[in-house]
Design a protein around this ligand. Sequence first.
Ligand SMILES: Nc1nc2c(ncn2[C@@H]2O[C@H](COP(=O)(O)OP(=O)(O)OP(=O)(O)O)[C@@H](O)[C@H]2O)c(=O)[nH]1
Ligand SMILES: [Mg+2]
Length: 248
Amino acid sequence: MVSRGKQQEEEAAAGWEGEKEGEIDYVFKVVVVGDSAVGKTQLLGRFAKDEFFLDSKSTIGVEFQTRTLTLHRKQVKAQIWDTAGQERYRAVTSAYYRGALGAMVVYDVTRRATFDHVTRWVEELRAHADGSTVVALVGNKADAAAHRREVPADEAARFAEEQGLFFSEASALTGDNVERAFLALLEEVFAVVSRRALELDEARRTRSSGVSDGGEVLSLRGTTVDLHDPIMETSAMKKTASSQCSCS
Ligand SMILES: Nc1nc2c(ncn2[C@@H]2O[C@H](COP(=O)(O)OP(=O)(O)OP(=O)(O)O)[C@@H](O)[C@H]2O)c(=O)[nH]1
Ligand SMILES: [Mg+2]
């Protein structure tokens, strides 16, 4: 039998908010990272408020914006965190990543160095975020690619596939693909959270029937999100089972 307190903790860990926030079924924390001036804040502004500012200032510290949307008939509040790409303005790393169910690593398609640093950002994510955090790679400023492209889309897509990341190019300026990139990420987070909720149910049932469940097991298989857009790649993310699974 699971105590009510324990049950709530497990539900919170799975991203499930139940009835606590009124209409909201889930709150998904998503973090955005990448070098300075790649357009993280503008991507966020475009998704959360459909806004864009050409003269945006470097972010100092940490900010977040939210947008509530309906996914699979559930009210999902996406809480998207944004921090400075510049090292000297960045907030304490582990606190920033804690509890993130999704992450977006952004580079600028017109600046090669920002793509070369993606590996570092992914390493930092893997070091600080939960192993099951869904990660998307976004090449921003696609509007400027025709004249100033420094990162070929197929190279970035290949890299993303190797790393098990979602990939898309986008433009915060025109809005192209911004919605799709965030929605693909949130859809995958939703799939992960639903799966966890099922596993928790299963574990509870097993516990109440007196059989040991052998600990939490999470196995992610990427869901296919049909975006009708060839540039959006959907890759599978896999986390190997950290312990034995008693569920089928
Ligand atoms: N052409 C173009 N410019 C963009 C786009 N997105 C952002 N910018 C511009 O790029 C600059 C930096 O954008 P920000 O969103 O502030 O960059 P950031 O990644 O948040 O930077 P830090 O806060 O310093 O880490 C601004 O001048 C934006 O107007 C885009 O899609 N296309
Ligand atoms: Mg910023």
